[in-house]
Write a protein that binds this ligand. Structure first.
Ligand SMILES: Nc1ncnc2c1ncn2[C@@H]1O[C@H](COP(=O)(O)OP(=O)(O)O)[C@@H](O)[C@H]1O
Ligand SMILES: [Mg+2]
Length: 267
C-alpha cells in the first residue's frame, strides 16, 4: 500500500504567470495530497486553466514551482509529465480522433512505458510483450469503467459524455499518482454528473491526488475534501466545502458585489 506520507502528491508554490500586462496568476500556492480531492473553483477568467497548463507543462510560469512527490517538474515541458506520473484532462475534450476507444486508452499506457524504458518499444520480443500488456491493461480499464462494449468503436462516434470518460480512462492508463481535471463536467448533461462524481471519487480512493478544477459547484461541494478559491489569479480563500460556501468573499466573487446570500452556492 502506498502511504500518503511517502506520496505527498502535488505541491504548487508561488506560481506567477503574466500575459503581456495581464497578471493571470499571482503567487499561487496550493497542495493536492495523495488520496484526496482538492478542488479549485473560481469565476471565468480566474486563471484556472492557466494553472492547469502550468502544472502540466503546456505553459511556462514566470516564477514558482510545481513539485510532484518531492520532485520539481521542469517548467514548460509537457512531455516529462508522464514519467512523473502526472496526468491531466482538458476543458475542451482531447481525444485521438480516427482511433478506436481501445487505441486511445492504449496511448495513455504507452506514454507510461516510454517513460520507463525508452527505446525498448522499437522492436523485438520485449516490444511485443509490452504491446500485449498494454492492450490487456487498456481492456481491464475499459471494463472497470463499463466501456468495454465500445472498445472497437471510433472514439468520435461516442456520445460526448462517454468520450470525456475515455479521455479520463486514457489518463488513468498511464497509472498517474496525480491528476489534474480541468472542468470535467463542462458540456455534460446533468444526468452524467453523478456517475462522473463517483468516478472522480474512485480515483482518490485509489490513492491518486486529484486536483479538480470545476465550475459546477454541486459537483465540487459533494466530493471535495478541500476547496481553493481562485479569483483574478490569486487564492482568495480556501477551506472545507462548507467553510468556502459560507465565505462572503466567495459569494461576492461569484455573484457580484453586494450579494449577501449563499443560497445560490448552496446546492
Ligand atoms: N495564451 C494566452 N494569452 C493571453 N491571455 C491569456 C492566455 N491564456 C489565458 N489568458 C487570459 O488569462 C485569463 C485567465 O484565463 P483562464 O486561465 O483560461 O481562466 P479560467 O480557466 O479560470 O476561466 C483570462 O483573462 C484569459 O483571457
Ligand atoms: Mg478554464
Amino acid at each position: 500500500m502506498t502511504s500518503t506520507i511517502e506520496r505527498p502528491g502535488l505541491q504548487i508554490t508561488g506560481v506567477c504567470k503574466a500575459y503581456g500586462g495581464l497578471q493571470v496568476l499571482s503567487d499561487v500556492t496550493l497542495r493536492a495530497p495523495a488520496g484526496a480531492i482538492t478542488a479549485v473553483i473560481g469565476p471565468n477568467g480566474a486563471g484556472k486553466s492557466t494553472l492547469a497548463n502550468v502544472i502540466s507543462g503546456f505553459v511556462t510560469q514566470d516564477r514558482g514551482e510545481v513539485v510532484v512527490n518531492g520532485v520539481r517538474l521542469p517548467p514548460g515541458k509537457a512531455v516529462t509529465r508522464a514519467e512523473h506520473r502526472l496526468g491531466r484532462t482538458f476543458q475542451n475534450l482531447e481525444i485521438f480522433t480516427g482511433m478506436t476507444v481501445l487505441q486511445n486508452v492504449a496511448m495513455g499506457a504507452y506514454s507510461r512505458q516510454r517513460g520507463s524504458h525508452l527505446g525498448d518499444l522499437v522492436r523485438g520480443p520485449r516490444a511485443r510483450r509490452d504491446e500485449i500488456e498494454v492492450k490487456e491493461a487498456a481492456l481491464a480499464l475499459l471494463r472497470r469503467f463499463r466501456l468495454e462494449h465500445r472498445a472497437d468503436s471510433l472514439v468520435e462516434s461516442l456520445p460526448f459524455g462517454e468520450a470525456k470518460l475515455v479521455e479520463m480512462v486514457r489518463v488513468l492508463a498511464m497509472e498517474p499518482e496525480v491528476v489534474v481535471l480541468d472542468e470535467p463536467a463542462a458540456g455534460l448533461p446533468p444526468a452524467s454528473a453523478l456517475p462522473l462524481a463517483e468516478t472522480i471519487a474512485g480515483l482518490a480512493e485509489d490513492g491518486i491526488g486529484v486536483l479538480l478544477i470545476e465550475h459546477n459547484m454541486k459537483l465540487v461541494m459533494s466530493i471535495s475534501q478541500h476547496v481553493v478559491v481562485l479569483d483574478q489569479g490569486q487564492v482568495l480563500t480556501e477551506g472545507s466545502p462548507a467553510e468556502v460556501q459560507q465565505d462572503p468573499r466567495v459569494i461576492e466573487a461569484y455573484l457580484g458585489p453586494g450579494a449577501t446570500t449563499s443560497e445560490e452556492l448552496t446546492l
